[in-house]
Structures are given as structure tokens and as C-alpha cells.
Design a protein around this ligand. Structure first.
Ligand SMILES: NC(=O)c1ccc[n+]([C@@H]2O[C@H](COP(=O)([O-])OP(=O)(O)OC[C@H]3O[C@@H](n4cnc5c(N)ncnc54)[C@H](OP(=O)(O)O)[C@@H]3O)[C@@H](O)[C@H]2O)c1
Length: 247
């Protein structure tokens, strides 16, 4: 069986790590694991099953030339790429009026410029290979809005818009091929990203979640495992919500 090559960005911890572990246990994929540094990927590698086929591609996505090289290397070394889970992201919660421009630029770069460049590379490779799945990480705040996350929310909404448009574009340019662009939209998931929120804010969210609990990284990874598989071959373009009923 030929293993399908899947790039997972931000695989070192949180949601990305859970996705990497789930896909590793499927024994169907050759994983290309990304994080900002090699060090964090080495830690991840110790947790993977022995028979997992993987390689590491670290890159700090705030470094524009390094990111451009990363995309070039991806296309050069992995022309048989089957999937991308564009998961790496940052938050930087702050009132917009007081947010330094440097932070705004970082949010736009890591959360939006990078997914766009990866989607561009993926579309090229998928169309040559005749199939592929691109999964972008949005967030419930894209639809709900959230005070102190205006730029973050804007970048996340843009990821959904990107997938909706690219699904249509793939249909126009490469109709009949099995190329899919799907955005997923997690609710409140317990990771380092949400750890720093005050107990008061966490309590406020909890009251709004019909499931009565916060999401786990496995809740998101389960959805990704399904969406990347052939069982999801008719799911394309739209937004896939994983939020316990929050919205
Ligand atoms: N947690 C939630 O409640 C929630 C809800 C909705 C959406 N999301 C989205 O889900 C994704 C994962 O979130 P998470 O909670 O798992 O976050 P996390 O625990 O903070 O992990 C973030 C991941 O992104 C990577 N990353 C951060 N900055 C980077 C940079 N400059 N260059 C390259 N990689 C970088 C990190 O790599 P290093 O370890 O090397 O830093 C890490 O692997 C994000 O896109 C987030 O917006 C999360």
C-alpha cells in the first residue's frame, strides 16, 4: 500500500500533536511534521508509534524568507503530497486599539499568509496528482466574534473563505478530480493556547456550551482523521464545526 503524504503544521503540541498521533496510528500516512523548531518536533517524535513513517520540516513562520524556502522545499521534495492540515496558529489576545502593529503583522503572517501559501502549493501539487485534501484551521470566534481577538478572528474567518473559494476554483479548473478544501472550526479546546484565559472567562464559555464541557484535542483530531479519509470524499468547501453545540 502506498502511504499518503500528509503535512501537518504546528504538530508539536496541542491540536496539531493530537492530529499527528491519530494519523500515525492509522498506518496509512507518511507524515511530514512541522513546528517552529526542530527541538519541539524531536519531543513529538518520541511519542509516535515505532512503525510510523515521518519526517520533520521545522520552520518559524514569522520568518518570511524561511517560510518561502519551506514552501519551495515542500514542493521540491514532496511533489506526491496528498494532504495538508494547516493547523499552526497564534492568538495574541489584546484590545485592537492597544495592539502593537508588530503583533498584528505576526497574526496576519502565521494565521493567514502561511495558509494561503500552503493552499497555493497544495492546489498545484494536488492537480498534478489528481487528488488531495487541504484542511484549514478556523475557529468558532470567526462566526461569533470575540472581544480582544479581533485580528485573530479576522484571520480565522479568512481561512474559511479561502477554503470555500478554493473548493470552487478546484471544481472550475480541475473538475472531476478528487481535490477538496475544507475548513474546520473548533470551539473552546483545552490547549496551551486557551490555558492562559482567566477562570472567569472559562466559566463564561462553559455556560454557553450545551455539551457541558470544553473540547479535547482528540475531539478535533477525530474530525480531521475522518475529513482526510475517503469516507469524507463528498465533504468539500464548507466549514466543519467541532464545538459541543456552542454555535
Ligand atoms: N485551542 C483552541 O481552543 C482553538 C480553538 C479554535 C481554533 N484553534 C486553532 O487551532 C490551531 C492549533 O491551536 P492549539 O490550541 O493547538 O495551539 P498551541 O497549543 O498554541 O500550538 C500551536 C502550534 O503552532 C505552532 N506555531 C506557533 N507559532 C509558530 C510559528 N511562528 N511558526 C511555526 N509554527 C508556529 C506551534 O509550534 P511550536 O511548538 O514550535 O511553537 C504549535 O505546534 C490554531 O490554528 C488555533 O488558532 C484553537
Amino acid at each position: 500500500m502506498t502511504l499518503r503524504k500528509i503535512l501537518i503544521t504546528g504538530a508539536s503540541r496541542g491540536i496539531g500533536k493530537a492530529i499527528a498521533l491519530q494519523l500515525a496510528h492509522c498506518e496509512r500516512y507518511h507524515l511530514i511534521l512541522h513546528a517552529s523548531s526542530e527541538q519541539s518536533l524531536v519531543r513529538l517524535a518520541t511519542t509516535l508509534p515505532d512503525n510510523c513513517v515521518y519526517e520533520m520540516m521545522p520552520c518559524d513562520f514569522t520568518d518570511l524568507p524561511a517560510t518561502d524556502q519551506f514552501v519551495k522545499d515542500l514542493k521540491g521534495k514532496h511533489s506526491d503530497l496528498y494532504g495538508v492540515v494547516s493547523n499552526a496558529g497564534i492568538s495574541r489576545d489584546k484590545a485592537l486599539a492597544y495592539q502593537p502593529v508588530k503583533e498584528i503583522d505576526e497574526l496576519l503572517t502565521v494565521n493567514l499568509r502561511v495558509p494561503i501559501l500552503l493552499a497555493k502549493a497544495a492546489m498545484k501539487l494536488f492537480s498534478k496528482n489528481g487528488a488531495g485534501v487541504f484542511i484549514a484551521m478556523s475557529s468558532c470566534v470567526a462566526e461569533m466574534g470575540n472581544a480582544f481577538q479581533s485580528v485573530y478572528a479576522a484571520t480565522k474567518a479568512a481561512n474559511t473563505a479561502l477554503c470555500r473559494s478554493l473548493a470552487r476554483e478546484a471544481g472550475v479548473l480541475h473538475g472531476g478530480q478528487n481535490i477538496r478544501f475544507v475548513s474546520i472550526s473548533p470551539g473552546f479546546i483545552e490547549t496551551e493556547m486557551t490555558e492562559s484565559l482567566s477562570d472567569e472567562i472559562k466559566e463564561k464559555y462553559l455556560h454557553q456550551i450545551p455539551a457541558g464541557r470544553f473540547g479535547t484535542t482528540e475531539d478535533v483530531a477525530n474530525a480531521v482523521r475522518f475529513l482526510i479519509s475517503d469516507d469524507a470524499s463528498y465533504i468539500n468547501g464548507g466549514e466543519f464545526k467541532i464545538n459541543g453545540g456552542l454555535i
